[in-house]
Design a protein around this ligand. Structure first.
Ligand code: AMP
Length: 187
């Protein structure tokens, strides 16, 4: 089963993806985590990526697409994958659709996490202190939120048009959110 979890930073996508990983044996692919790993490696593009992330901007579509395409081919994705934090704009959604068709794969469900914007900022600031993330400060968070509303939310109608979209109330307690997802997936 191949899934996309869609929602603003701090919506709880990562937590739910980890639960689904255990439950379904599919692999969570978080582009944010993959980029943070690249930053901590000594690769040539590490500095470039860090600057983009710290400013709260989006990393180039080419870098993201290559990263995801290679990762999906790994054996641990053979049972399926959960895309967490990707796609983030229409160009990525289109590129993903093409890439998957080339691999004879498809997305089964897209789950949109609906949240309250101000609550999200509070939640991310709390995570910033817990995880020591350099991109979780007030300015960057607001920038990432506005990018979400300007660019990422435009992929909601894209998936609605493909009859893949399911909306959940992500402000509910964690277990309740999990139940909403399990109901959609019928697992
Ligand atoms: P996240 O952990 O998903 O909140 O991502 C942290 C940061 O990584 C984002 O603010 C972006 O700078 C970058 N990033 C993550 N995923 C993507 C993506 N799909 N496209 C572009 N940039 C991304």
């Amino acid at each position: 089963m191949n899934l996309i979890l869609l929602g603003p930073p701090g919506a709880g996508k990562g937590t739910q993806a980890k639960r689904l990983e255990k439950r379904l044996g599919v692999k969570q692919l978080s582009t944010g985590d993959m980029l943070r790993r690249t930053i901590s490696s000594a690769s040539d593009i590490a500095h470039e990526i860090k600057a983009v992330i710290d400013a709260g901007n989006l990393v180039s579509d080419n870098i993201i697409m290559q990263m995801i395409s290679e990762r999906i081919d790994d054996p641990d994705c053979s049972k399926g994958f959960i895309l967490d934090g990707f796609p983030r704009n229409i160009a990525q959604a289109n590129a993903l659709e093409y890439m998957l068709s080339q691999k004879s794969l498809r997305i089964d469900h897209v789950i949109e996490f609906c949240v309250d914007k101000e609550q999200m900022v509070k939640r991310i600031l709390k995570r910033a202190t817990e995880e020591n993330r350099s991109d979780d400060n007030d300015d960057t968070i607001r920038k990432r939120m506005s990018i979400y509303h300007e660019q990422t939310s435009s992929i909601v109608p894209y998936y609605q048009g493909r009859f893949l979209l399911n909306v959940i109330d992500a402000m509910k307690p964690m277990d309740d959110v999990t139940s909403q997802i399990e109901k959609i997936l019928a697992v």
